[in-house]
Ligand binder design. Sequence first.
Ligand code: CP
Length: 343
Amino acid sequence: MVARPPTESVVPAAPSLLTPFAEPAAGWTRRHLLDVDTFSRGEIAQVLDTAGAMAEVLSRKVARTPALNGVTIFNLFYEASTRTRSSFELAGKILGADVINVSGSGSSIEKGESLIETLNTIAAVGADAVVMRHGASGAPWLAARTIPGHIINAGDGQHAHPTQALLDAFVLREEFGDLTGRQIVIVGDILHSRVARSNIWSLTTLGAQVTLVAPRPLLPAALAPGASQPEHPLGLPNVRVCADLDDAIVGADAVMALRIQNERLRGKLLPSTAEYARRYQITAERMSQAAPHAIVMHPGPMNEGVEIAVDVAHSPQSRIEAQVSAGLAVRMAILFLLIRGSA
Ligand code: CP
């Protein structure tokens, strides 16, 4: 028997730790994720497929892959967050990146440093990518013009929350496969909801029919019922506005409740929480009118007992925890595609 050369390892190589992320992200050309309004169906599918591969990494005994070794990611959060911030932090770490958190409190933002100066500082320290949440709509677009790194919008004002929309699409695709013709009801504070705005773009691009339900004060003026109401709000043929949740929910495949954003309402627009709950809360009785296979979603954090009944939030129909779990895989996918793509 020929002796094994001493240089040859008897320990098998571990390609599974690297694959499928050892190569650059083929076919991905976007540098930033600012919103999903210009995403094609193919691009959304690529994110969701990549997230599926990331979910496989997460299922491994050692859930780590060195796809972003040597990359520095800053989480720059001017507004509170639990899900988005923690999942982006974990996503970066699982992919082997260095992740640094900067928030309003405890940083020089507290001393009055401007957004642009903070961005320039982060860039000078060596940020390859900045995950950014800011109260001002459009702030990530300013960042993308200001510094050279990749910018990921983790929620800007009342405008967009693209990773929430993508994780919602991931959960819906897991549930239903192709979303063409699926009836999705989004109910609640549409006026202040960046989640609703981004979901409208992604869900309609994927072929779903979206029904928006809200009391009139919580609808954007462009969507409020009236003489000037366009036949298709936002120019999108598969979006409609319905004043009555009991009408809208009949036969729905998925019902997404939005949080009443008390911090943005400041006591205005919604004089009575009890009246709101009576007309717009997702209850078991209302869900009985949806399709038998219907699921309930909520981006969180929830006001249980206001926009969603406690028993519904924790029922077998609820996919609220699945949404949080999907957030990790989807954010890993976004970091990988943007940073290892060709742009
Ligand atoms: N859905 C969402 O953005 O939650 P967080 O504010 O906790 O990040």
